[in-house]
Write a new protein. Structure first.
Lengths: 133, 116, 333
């Protein structure tokens, strides 16, 4: 486990703060410009989902160092309604995306590892990890 | 590809006025509109189709489904304003025997020509 | 990113900046094809461009370099949209394959053999508007003096209609060897359909039976398009209408039964609404037009008649059927 910091998401402006935090941490880990942009786009997507569907939640950023691997983890968590059908949300072309390449499949593509834990009425926790190559 | 449904309630009768074409594309919207008013016990529903120029089998399916639901609760469905073409559809399908069907009041022909 | 790609890009860019010739651009175009093949995303291309430019044109103002970072940010979602598109195309190909297999399964399911009955010439055409059909034609017969034909049309089209259709097929199999008349057959199928379909689904069906001993055709209809009886001696068509509710609406629906005697040269045409509701850009095909088309080939064998009517209506609709098309002709020889 490495260093972890977080941003609470309540308003749209908090999305910017979460991106900023993610970019700073990504830089520290040593990611290049393209990967920094990918990581922040993933943060945007996850933070916006919290803002739109759960109302409030938080984005945590953790620097990872496992064996000789360095990376970054985004942990997006909320206590919202939960995702009723994760399989559907993970499908390309699902309504939230509508050909814009966004949504959960987009986040999954931008990152290396992706994990969803959700429970109806309790909330959702999404963990997305990118490793430095 | 447009469909409009106006609703109003008058003396315990739920009126629906449907305007446009009812086909596979618009049928889901029509089904949703009808479902906006939950089927109540013994309810009376009246659906005015005088401004429906075209309806295909999917559209008919919506009314069949609605009819079944209303009938189950002991209610009635009345369909009014049928053009000769639509009237024929209800006649052929035998729905005229189970539903209350009313033809278009003023026979204006033209637009409502039955071609088959 | 392989170092080699960056080096190659840098070289092509350098040459272009020096000469700005069409040949340089052509090389660039060829290279972009390679980038796509290698699955290199738009944002990576910008990043390659930026680092190449750093070598080729050093000393640009720092704001120019920042602008590339901005452009990278812009391209991330284009990259995602492209990936999504590629994955959707792949999924569509898979579905296409699945549909083709399903349609083969349906073909087997739909297989029916025209019975041989003395003095009766039978022909039919059934063509789906999409890969799978919601129309169904099924013949039964003892290959001696009796032939039965079922023509059914499941509401809607495509896969849902096709699934529902297989239910009708199994229903027909169950009455195949029974002595039920047309209205009895429809009652049986109605109970099967009513139990198994959702509220807004229904099936229309006509069942007819020809008895060679008496030369009569008896029929019953469950909300189906009336069949046409061509009376040769009077050179006119008579609609064969029998009262009966759609299948699947009410479990205790009853079906009226009618019958007509057929004379030499008479024929019966049973169709689905893909025939009568044919729509051209100018509107519905008039009933009289359809009757004319049928009349024009009344002296040909039944199979040729059905094929001709299909060919004509298909042509009138610009070879794009709006609905599944089915037509059966029973002709008294």
């Amino acid at each position: 486990m490495g260093y972890r910091s977080s941003v609470d998401i309540h308003t749209e402006w908090d999305i910017v703060a979460a991106r900023q935090l993610g970019r700073n941490e990504a830089k520290k880990v040593g990611f290049g410009t393209v990967d920094q942009a990918r990581i922040t786009t993933a943060i945007s997507e996850l933070a916006r989902n919290i803002y739109l569907y759960a109302g409030a939640g938080k984005i945590e950023i953790e620097r990872l160092n496992e064996n000789d691997l360095f990376g970054i983890a985004i942990i997006a968590s909320d206590e919202g309604p939960g995702i009723p059908d994760v399989r559907k949300v993970m499908e390309d072309g699902y309504s939230t995306s509508g050909g814009l390449g966004a949504g959960m499949p987009g986040v999954k593509r931008l990152m290396d590892d992706f994990r969803v834990d959700t429970e109806k009425g309790k909330g959702t926790k999404i963990t997305a990890v990118k490793w430095l190559r | 590809m447009n469909l409009q449904v106006d609703l109003n309630r008058e003396d315990s009768v739920q009126h629906f006025k449907v305007i446009g074409e009812i086909d596979a594309f618009t049928a889901p919207a029509l089904r949703e509109k009808l479902a906006e008013h939950p089927v109540e016990k013994g309810m009376k529903a009246e659906i005015d189709l005088s401004d429906v120029e075209y309806m295909d089998s999917t559209g008919l399916g919506v009314f069949v489904g609605y009819f079944k639901q209303v009938k189950e609760t002991g209610g009635q469905v009345k369909i009014t304003g049928l053009s000769p073409r639509l009237k024929r559809l209800f006649d052929i399908t035998g729905l005229n025997e189970v539903m209350d069907i009313e033809e278009h009041k003023d026979d204006k022909g033209g637009l409502n020509d039955a071609t088959v | 990113m392989p170092q080699q790609t960056e080096t190659e890009y840098k070289e092509i860019l350098r040459q272009y900046l020096e000469n700005q010739s069409e040949q340089n651009l052509y090389m660039g175009e060829a290279f972009s094809r390679k980038l796509i093949e290698k699955d290199i995303s738009p944002e990576e291309v910008i990043s390659i461009h930026k680092s190449a430019l750093k070598d080729v044109l050093p000393g640009l103002p720092s704001k120019v370099w920042h602008s590339f970072d901005f452009l990278i940010e812009m391209m991330i979602r284009y990259g995602l949209a492209l990936k999504e598109h590629q994955s959707l195309v792949k999924r569509q190909e898979e579905m296409q394959l699945e549909m083709e297999v399903a349609s083969k399964v349906q073909e087997t399911l739909l297989k029916t053999k025209i019975p041989v009955v003395e003095g009766m010439d039978l022909g039919y055409v059934t063509v789906p508007s999409r890969t799978m059909s919601g129309d169904y034609i099924y013949f039964v017969g003892n290959d001696m003096d009796e032939a039965g034909v079922a023509v059914a049309d499941v509401m809607g089209k495509g896969i849902p209609a096709a699934l529902c259709m297989s239910m009708v097929k199994f229903g027909m199999d169950s009455v195949q060897h029974s002595s039920e008349g047309p209205s009895g057959v429809l009652s049986v199928i109605n109970r099967i359909v009513e139990k198994s379909v959702n509220d807004s689904m229904f099936v229309t069906m006509m069942y007819g039976r020809y008895d060679a001993k008496s030369s009569t055709f008896s029929y019953a209809s469950a909300g189906h398009e009336p069949a046409l009886h061509y009376v040769a001696s009077e050179n006119r068509f008579v609609e064969l209408d029998a009262k009966g509710l759609l299948l699947g609406v009410s479990p205790d629906a009853r079906y009226e039964e009618g019958s007509v005697a057929l004379e030499r040269g008479d024929f019966i045409a049973i169709m689905t609404d893909g025939v009568t509701e044919a729509r051209t850009p100018e509107g519905f095909v008039e009933k009289d037009t359809i009757l004319e088309i049928i009349s024009s080939v009344k002296d040909r064998p039944a199979q040729e008649m059905a094929e001709h009517v299909f060919a004509e209506l298909d042509r009138m609709q610009g070879f794009r059927l709006q609905d599944d098309f089915s037509l059966v002709i029973l002709k008294k020889e």
